[in-house]
Design a protein around this ligand. Structure first.
Ligand code: DSN
Length: 451
């Protein structure tokens, strides 16, 4: 039930585990700094072509190793296009290697400290969107918008006011923990009002875009200048990232190496190509719709049992449960108690969370993986009942010594044994009905193999 995870197909896994893993391939197809890349060129070109076809993008760059890499790469490309190149032209420099030390100092100073407006971590934004402990908060002069304090939804007028006050170079929308869909046409119009580059991080919901659940004004690829994503969440590919962009940014995005990283991972690019091909099939649309239907069913069932679901529900693949409000537990206690009963999801900070990012007040639940297993709405009801059984029978322990004596612990808890036994049995029964990779025959690898 971890919202950012899924089960990739055996075809994806087989593509990722092959000889391509051994190959270096700095550069891009047809322009490599290594010999022997002919096959890698074909693999990378095909993965990029499929990504463009799947998302209707003008350009795709499939080398990023992760979503965080893709974001750093995209930021660098945008700043290069918007600041570095015009300044180099003004200084009469055609190549960074030809700049004098003084000229380079001037370029460097113009590069750092650009303004980024992005979503606050507690409202659901990602660490790479300017979180204080992330490199992006050093690279940029960061301002952040939050969800509305009453509704916990993004408020277009609040964002517009902030955009006009800040006038950022980059306006970034995207999330790891926001349970609603976003109208990207509206957001692009806001970006245009202040002449900001419009970037979307669709890491979490790329599968819903590929599977045509988020279409029209809700499809970010139509509207954003640059879109980043991971390939392994709702999209169900190998762990990795990609960048999609308008043609204007293509030549900057393609310079990920040497700008940020060295060698790409050809085996992962092969697996990405396989995943894109899978996502182009009609069955993927059915899968994507089921993810959202299941999330909605899970949110409704939890709400009916009395749990407090942040913002009252979900439009996408994830939901947040306020465990403090619903059960008097921190997110950490809820996460551990559920895990003890064989349910895996992660604790998550909620908007304006007073418990901070370690203990947190909530849990984040996602349906991509259980939907891959074949579960449907009846199973979501069962999962909701088991979650409620566990959490309503879990209590924080009381601290016995020190300054906090007599207060409830934020980490320790006790679960009623009978509830634990019942919950474990119900989870086991459920999972037995939905095995992972039923077609896989397990052969025991001889022990000598590991000697
Ligand atoms: N770790 C991912 C998530 O769980 O949302 C984001 O990087």
């Amino acid at each position: 039930l971890i919202a950012s995870e899924n089960y990739s197909s055996l075809a994806v896994q087989a593509a990722q585990g092959n000889l391509l893993t051994d190959k270096y391939a700095e550069g891009i197809p047809g322009y490599r700094f290594y010999a022997g890349c002919d096959n890698v060129d074909d693999v990378e070109s095909e993965a990029a072509r499929l990504a463009c076809e799947l998302f209707g993008a003008e350009h795709a760059y499939v080398q990023p190793h992760s979503g965080s890499d893709a974001n750093l790469w995209a930021f660098t490309a945008i700043i290069s296009a918007e600041r570095q190149e015009p300044l180099m032209e003004k200084l009469g420099i055609d190549n960074p290697a030809h700049a004098t030390k003084e000229q380079w100092d001037e370029i460097r100073k113009a590069y750092f400290g650009q303004k980024l407006l992005a979503m606050d971590y507690y409202s659901g934004g990602h660490l790479t969107h300017g979180y204080r402990q992330n490199f992006t908060s050093l690279l940029f002069d960061v301002s952040q918008y939050t969800v509305n304090k009453e509704t916990y939804l993004l408020d277009i007028e609040e964002i517009r006011a902030q955009l006009h006050a800040v006038r950022p170079m980059i306006f970034l929308i995207g999330y790891s923990a926001y349970p609603r869909k976003i109208n990207f046409k509206q957001m692009k119009e806001l970006a245009d009002e202040v002449d900001a580059v419009f970037m979307v991080d669709m890491a979490h919901f790329a599968g819903l875009v590929a599977g045509k659940v988020f279409t029209g004004e809700y499809d970010p690829v139509k509207y954003a200048d640059v879109v980043t994503t991971t390939t392994h969440k709702t999209l169900r590919g190998p762990r990795g990232g990609i960048i999609l962009c308008k043609e204007k940014y293509a030549k900057y995005v393609d310079k990920g190496c040497p700008a940020i990283t060295g060698g790409p991972l050809p085996h992962v690019m092969a697996a990405k190509a396989v995943a894109f091909q899978e996502a182009l099939k009609p069955e993927f649309k059915t899968y994507a719709q089921k993810i959202v239907d299941n999330a909605d069913a899970l949110a409704s069932a939890l709400t009916a049992l009395g749990a407090s679901v942040v913002s009252g529900g979900t439009d996408n693949h994830l939901l947040l449960v306020d465990c403090e409000k619903s059960y008097g537990l921190t997110g950490r206690q809820a996460e551990s108690a559920l895990r003890e009963c064989s349910l895996t999801m992660n604790r998550n900070a909620l908007p304006f969370d007073v418990n901070g990012p370690w203990y947190t007040s909530g849990i984040r639940l996602g349906t991509p993986a259980v939907t891959t297993l074949g579960m449907e709405q009846a199973e979501m009801k069962e999962i909701a009942e088991v979650i409620n059984l566990i959490l309503s029978n879990t209590k924080p322990t009381i601290i016995e010594k020190g300054d906090n004596k007599g207060k409830p612990s934020k980490a320790k808890y006790l679960i009623d044994e009978q509830a634990k036994t019942e919950a474990r049995a119900r989870v086991k029964a459920l999972l037995e009905r939905f095995p992972l990779y039923p077609s896989l025959t397990i052969e025991i690898v001889p022990e000598e193999y590991f000697a």
